[in-house]
Design a protein around this ligand. Structure first.
Ligand code: DX5
Ligand code: ZN
Length: 222
């Protein structure tokens, strides 16, 4: 399982050093909130450009905004590998087309109350499906276990429909929930507050990537 640190809970007075501390990440998750789609505001294109210019890994931009179509061009920086829009947002189909026009990979996200069956027809259009395991808007919330059933459904559909999308999970990932996500079939796990509360981020990411395998090894030793 790959790890995408979310910089939402990073120390923004020390941004360059914070980004340096996650230089070994698989990709960096960028949470954009507009105060409409979610009851919070984060940061915008200017800060994202600063991160883009100092980051070593590519960026995974998660747009929690009501009108994603207005924002695609503003976030199309050279290291942006994915832009994810919400199925619950306005004009998500047009936004998907706009992302493709920039040669950026497309992500589609669903909030906890949206079922996988609602996006089934859209799956062939996307490179990544982001399952929210908390209500979007804030870091540091408790992982919703129900999200694992959605991951399993997406794994099954990917096989049935012969598709290749990446399955990402976002919210409440820590040392206890990462193994559950990995076991359910998550390819990429977003980790915010848990990671930024640790001093040794390289080791924490390494542990989270391998947690399930280590638990399995412990089991074998018994
Ligand atoms: C929540 C954001 C998440 C958040 C995750 O709306 O989309 O990416 O930063 O933070 P943690 O890992 O603290 O739940
Ligand atoms: Zn996110």
């Amino acid at each position: 399982m790959k790890i995408a640190p979310s910089v939402l809970t990073a120390d923004f007075t020390n941004l360059k050093a914070e980004i340096h501390s996650i230089k070994d990440a698989d990709i960096i998750h960028i949470d954009i909130m507009d105060g409409n789609f979610v009851p919070n505001i984060s940061f915008g294109p200017a800060i994202t450009k600063q991160i883009n210019d100092v980051a070593i890994p590519n960026l995974d931009v998660h747009l929690m905004v009501l009108n994603p179509l207005d924002w695609i061009t503003k976030f199309a920086f050279d290291k942006v590998e994915f832009i994810t829009v919400h199925y619950e947002a306005n004009n998500y189909l047009e936004a998907i087309e706009a992302i493709k026009k920039h040669n950026i990979k497309v992500g589609l996200s669903i909030k906890p109350n949206t079922k996988v069956s609602e996006i089934k027809d859209l799956l062939p259009l996307v490179d990544l499906v982001l399952v929210m395991s908390v209500e979007p808007g804030f870091g540091g919330q408790k992982f919703m276990v129900d999200s694992l059933d959605k991951v399993k459904e997406l794994v099954k559909l990917r096989k049935e429909l012969s598709l290749n999308y990446i399955i990402e999970i976002d919210g409440g990932i820590n040392k206890d929930t990462a193994p559950l996500a990995k076991e359910a079939g998550v390819d990429l796990a977003v980790v915010g507050s848990y990671l930024f509360n640790q001093k040794d981020r390289k080791k924490t990411m390494e542990d989270l990537r391998w947690e399930y395998c280590c638990l399995f090894k412990k089991y074998l030793k018994k």
